[in-house]
Design a protein around this ligand. Structure first.
Ligand SMILES: [Zn+2]
Length: 333
């Protein structure tokens, strides 16, 4: 992918934090968690997201990479076959659920997603992952603004409520390596809640990635959740990606959205009709970019592209509808 730029070595810019003691701590902030037993232990397909899936019911994941990242290792977009498989399952599962209910999904629903945050640390320093709680509460505010449409997009059905923060100092989990056995062990150990609970894991990440997420599936496993670069949270050190929209983007995947550039210029792209087709990911903020002959310029301001946080500020009505139907199909009780 083009339009990449060399990134400064922001990774070394972390400063030691004096605001927080480390150790494994837990801060309850609200609602009680649904039982984790609701989630079956199914295989996780994160590592195979960018390749031909070897597993059967594995849930593919989607990652976000910053400009200057390693494109060859970016497990971002799905193959056409993976999208087709997911869409077929979405339709089948929705049909099964609708047969058991008098009414289908309602687009006026309001859904509050409980959020469980897991901070992974190498040690007690800021460079070692010890970000303050204030960055996490700011992240929740960013999510609520983005999904309410108050930054410029449509209002979606979704709001987010911080439920708890736990911290784990474990150098073998830091950085969090996409698709690794250590990632699986981390999630198996820390996952909380039911299929409606967002588990958000924060740490330094492998491969220059900003984050990755699992898509919803019929049989959610303990691997379900979102992983985000700790310094991508509001006030973090990830230059151009530190306003919290990596979280917004990854949670979009968790809520069943594809990238706006999924499928390129052909076919049904991201399965949403009101996001103009886009040949490839856009980086930085390339105003006027228009890579497909279909109507509309590239949706560079959409949260599901790869642009700078300062450039992305909207979801569309079609995306809001897709997220809600995905919720009702896979995550609603
Ligand atoms: Zn993504």
């Amino acid at each position: 992918m083009g339009l990449r730029q060399h990134l400064p070595t922001w990774r070394s810019a972390g400063v030691a934090s004096t605001s927080l003691a480390l150790m494994i701590s837990s801060a309850a902030v609200g609602v009680a968690a649904a039982p984790a037993a609701a989630l079956a232990a199914a295989p996780h397909g994160c590592a195979s997201a960018g390749t031909a899936a070897a597993g059967s019911a594995a849930a593919p994941a989607a990652a976000k990479v910053r400009a200057g990242g390693h494109a060859a290792k970016d497990p971002d977009s799905l193959t056409a076959a993976q999208v087709a498989q997911r869409e077929a399952d979405l339709a089948a599962t929705a049909a099964e659920r609708s047969r058991g209910k008098a009414l289908g999904p309602t687009l006026t629903a309001s859904i509050t997603v409980p959020v469980v945050v897991h901070v992974i640390q190498r040690d007690s320093t800021r460079a070692g992952g010890n970000i303050p709680d204030s960055m996490i509460t700011s992240q929740i505010s960013v999510l609520n603004q983005a999904y309410a449409g108050s930054t410029g997009g449509v209002a979606t059905a979704f709001g987010f409520q911080l439920q708890s923060i736990d911290r784990t100092v474990n150098p073998s989990w830091y950085p969090i390596v996409d698709g690794s056995s250590a990632e699986r062990a981390m999630k198996n150990a820390l996952h909380k809640g039911g299929k409606n609970t967002l588990n958000l894991y924060l740490g330094e990440l492998s491969d220059n990635l900003l984050g990755w997420a699992t898509f919803p599936t019929r049989n959610l496993s303990l691997q379900d959740g979102v992983v985000a670069l700790n310094e991508s949270l509001p006030g973090g050190t990830a230059t151009n990606y530190n306003q919290g929209d990596t979280g917004t983007h990854e949670i979009g995947h968790w809520l069943n959205l594809y990238h706006t550039f999924q499928g390129g210029c052909s076919g049904s792209g991201d399965q949403v009709s009101d996001t103009p087709a886009e040949a490839s990911a856009a980086y930085q903020c390339p105003t006027g970019r228009d890579t497909c002959s279909a109507p509309g310029t590239d949706p560079i301001h959409n949260f599901m592209d790869y642009t700078y946080d300062s450039c992305m500020y909207q979801f569309t009505a079609g995306q809001a509808s897709r997220m809600l139907s995905g919720w009702n199909t896979y995550r609603a009780s």
